[in-house]
Design a protein around this ligand. Structure first.
Ligand code: 26Q
Length: 749
């Protein structure tokens, strides 16, 4: 199979091909096989529109889903090669920031596997999220290209014209076929690229001319929006995406021989957070251009658009100044004004207005008024939306609201990244779990079986050795595979509280200096990127990197602990780290993490959760029982009450014998010898005077529970039993379950 492609493309045998050439051959094979699969048809077609699809590398998952894995592995072995070598040659498309983008990718795998008539629609960024480099203990950013001569993209040749006032650009449609597991049908990612996009605009790092939209629109994912040019570019990008999408959707409706008035019967559009929300006024505009009266157009569009909310952080709720939209998309503003008037006629309360008192367009409000469905992404998150953040909307439209707890694809996050654990499971309960995740529950029958528990511990130990080996080859870290692997991997954000983890590490360091040794060495692993303009997030990275050196250079302490901050954390890294985790850090300030999905991946791979009752941790806790995870910290009600009263004062926590020396350590001599006084000082000032996400509030409890965890770890049998229960209960978090709920209750495809 592969050999034929090698001959055809490179005129040599597979054995004579380089890893890059063999990868190229495998890419061609997968593309050909996937394109031949049928696409599911149905009455109604789903367009899942999202500014991000964080798909990760596609070779392994394609081979797995197409059922080609074993054959290709054998063919490669005969040629003295391995799939792993080919995978190393594959660039990762980083077309997303984090959770929201990765969720969209998991959803695509489930849609394809379940055979639903649905596709993803987004942008073809040439450089996705930046590549992170560390230099002098600081994050720097570089472009991260992924499109090579031969890539997963297929050019459809279809083009769409997009107008920005007097300017006009052309979008070109590319597609990536995504085979479903079992190889019976496929879905597609449909990505729009700007014709004439010009990488030579990129200067130093990831800076480029933000105003040259005719050449820059699809260069980068979300450029830095700390200045106005960056913010405007974001609007240009969003409109480019939705205008291409709306035209494509109407074109395909016409191809099916349907009238515009049938749009709501034939199409459902899932809007992934507010980044694609302009599709609502854009569709209304196009329908009225096609002759439909305005109110009828608004009605048709409302019945086909559904909105997912992923955050309650005020700073992440998109609002665009009317003046910005007027400048970028003048043809859309009259439509938005009319929608605003329609909404105000029915609901005059100011807190429901699309155009608010500051003359800003509130994108989420437009989605709720002119969409038929609003969903949150975990039970607690949806409850907070209904009861506080969006309460005025829940009162007028209770029927539109629902919860759809997130999920992950077990094909990538168990079968793909942890084949040994997958085999262990299949030997006990059969292979059915790969497509029916509930079947995992039967694994609980082995939770008291000593041989099974022993084997499970053995699998974890070998995953840790594999990670240790990978870390030594990628970053030159030397880690002890017998130490406890404590892992926090997620975007760097104050509310996720990596700084609280750091304060624990400082506490542990001081304990060890004082002769209080842990039962065994601990390895603290971090992976996180900070938004390029997010100063405090970068300061936290700096402080953790400095602390890593302080520990490494202290012979007394370094025997007992080690800090590893992996550079350029991405999906590929996650696939290496997740199988090896003992402890899963899910320590966000309660009420702030909408769901989390890393928590699900780590649980599925047998890590025990150390977490607050936030996001999907609440559901994890209910499923496994409080004795099988480690909870700490204030509950969401208490936190929300503190915010409401403005009652949190970090100084009252700082000025305690436990905490003061930990925070002060940030500015102590060993730290200043490694790092920069200004950055460390900023973090110190923030923690002692602001601490908006209340790291000091939960620190004492965090230390207490984490200590308990390290003590419990030593009872290996009972720890293994908890692992087994976590794996068995993870079935609920399959994205197949999530997608079935979306389909049953929202899409009705
Ligand atoms: C908004 C305005 C201006 C610039 C950027 C943005 C922006 C960009 C990306 C706002 C939000 C995002 C991404 C959000 C995100 O990833 N949210 C996560 O979604 C996951 C899937 O639902 C949840 O599990 C996480 O809890 C949530 O944080």
């Amino acid at each position: 199979m592969l050999s034929e492609w090698a001959e055809k493309k490179f005129h040599k045998s597979l054995a004579d091909c380089s890893a890059a050439e063999a990868y190229d051959a495998a890419l061609s094979l997968c593309k050909e096989r996937a394109a031949a699969l049928p696409r599911p048809q149905g009455e109604r077609r789903l367009y899942y529109i999202s500014a991000e699809f964080l798909v990760g590398k596609l070779l392994s998952s394609s081979l797995m889903n197409l059922g080609l894995w074993d054959a290709v592995e054998a063919e490669l072995a005969a040629a003295g090669k391995s799939i792993a070598q080919l995978e190393d040659a594959e660039p990762e498309p980083s077309l997303g920031n984090g959770g929201l983008g990765r969720l969209a990718a998991c959803f695509m795998d489930s849609i394809a596997t379940l055979g639903l008539p649905g596709e993803g629609v987004g942008l073809c960024y040439h450089y996705g999220l930046f590549r992170q480099l560390f230099s002098h203990n600081c994050q720097t950013e570089q472009p991260d290209g992924w499109i090579e001569e031969e890539s997963w993209l297929r050019d459809t040749g279809r083009r769409y014209r997009v107008r920005f006032g007097a300017r006009q650009v052309t979008g070109r449609l590319y597609e990536i076929d995504l085979p479903g597991y079992g190889g019976k049908s496929r879905s597609r990612l449909r990505l729009f690229d700007l014709e004439g996009v010009d990488p030579s605009l990129i200067r130093d790092g990831i800076t480029f001319d933000k105003t040259d939209i005719e050449h820059n629109l699809t260069l980068f994912l979300y450029p830095d929006d700390s200045d106005r040019a960056g913010r405007l570019l974001r609007v240009y990008q969003q409109y480019f995406m939705v205008s291409c999408a709306a035209q494509m959707i109407l074109e395909e409706l016409a191809q099916r021989g349907e009238a515009l008035s049938q749009l709501d019967k034939r199409v459902v559009i899932q809007i992934n957070d507010t980044h694609p929300s302009m599709i609502i006024p854009e569709l209304v505009r196009l329908l009225t251009e096609g002759g439909m009266p305005f109110e009828e157009a608004a009605g048709v569009v409302s019945r086909c658009c559904a909105y997912t909310n992923h955050t309650i952080l005020a700073e992440a709720l998109e609002r665009w100044p009317v003046a910005d939209l007027e400048e970028v998309v003048p043809q859309l503003m009259p439509v938005i004004r009319r929608l605003d008037r329609l909404a105000k006629l029915r609901y005059p309360q100011p807190e429901l207005a699309i155009i608010d008192g500051q003359n800003q367009v509130q994108m989420a409000r437009m989605d709720i008024h002119f969409g038929f469905s609003v969903n949150g992404v975990a039970a607690l998150h949806t409850e907070i939306l209904e009861q506080s953040e969006l309460a005025p909307f829940y009162r007028i439209y209770p029927e539109k609201f629902s919860n759809k707890t997130n999920g992950i694809t077990f094909r990538r996050w168990l079968l793909g990244c942890n084949p040994a654990l997958a085999g262990f499971i299949s030997r006990r309960i059969g292979e059915g779990w790969k497509q029916d995740a509930d079947a995992l529950g039967r694994l609980a029958d082995w939770k008291e079986d000593p041989a099974s528990l022993e084997e499970l511990l053995g699998i974890k130990a070998s995953s840790k050795r594999a990670l240790a080996e990978y870390l030594s080859q990628n970053g030159g870290f030397s880690v002890d595979p017998d130490s406890v692997f404590d892992i926090q991997i997620k975007r760097l954000h104050e509310y996720k509280r990596q700084q609280m983890n750091l304060l624990y590490i400082i506490w542990k360091y001081r304990q060890i200096k004082a002769g209080q040794l842990p039962p065994r060495p601990i390895t603290f692993l971090f992976g996180a990127k900070a938004a390029p303009a997010y100063r405090l997030a970068k300061d936290i990275i700096h402080a953790i990197l400095c602390m890593a050196q302080v520990v490494a250079q202290d012979p007394q302490v370094s025997r007992w602990m080690k800090i590893v901050f992996v550079e350029n954390y991405n999906v590929t890294w996650a696939e290496k780290l997740v199988p090896a985790a003992d402890i899963s850090e899910q320590i966000s300030l309660a009420s702030k993490e909408a769901s989390g999905t890393g928590n699900m991946k780590l649980m599925l791979n047998g890590a025990l959760t150390l977490g607050t009752l936030d996001g999907a941790n609440v559901e994890i806790s209910q499923l496994v029982g409080e004795e099988n995870l480690y909870l700490f910290g204030r509950r969401s009600e208490e936190v929300m009450a503190l915010y409401a009263k403005g009652a949190y004062d970090p100084r009252s926590y700082y000025k305690t014998p436990l905490i003061e020396p930990l925070v002060d350590f940030l500015l102590a001599k060993p730290m200043l010898e490694q790092g920069d006084a200004e950055q460390l000082g900023r973090l110190y000032q923030d923690l002692t005077h602001k601490d908006w996400f209340m790291a000091l509030l939960d620190l004492e409890d965090y230390i207490r529970v984490k200590e308990q965890m390290f003590a419990d770890y030593e009872d290996r049998q009972s720890w293994a039993k908890k692992m087994m229960i976590n794996i068995a209960q993870a079935g609920y978090f399959s994205s197949d379950r999530t997608i079935e709920e979306y389909n049953r209750e929202i899409w009705k495809l």
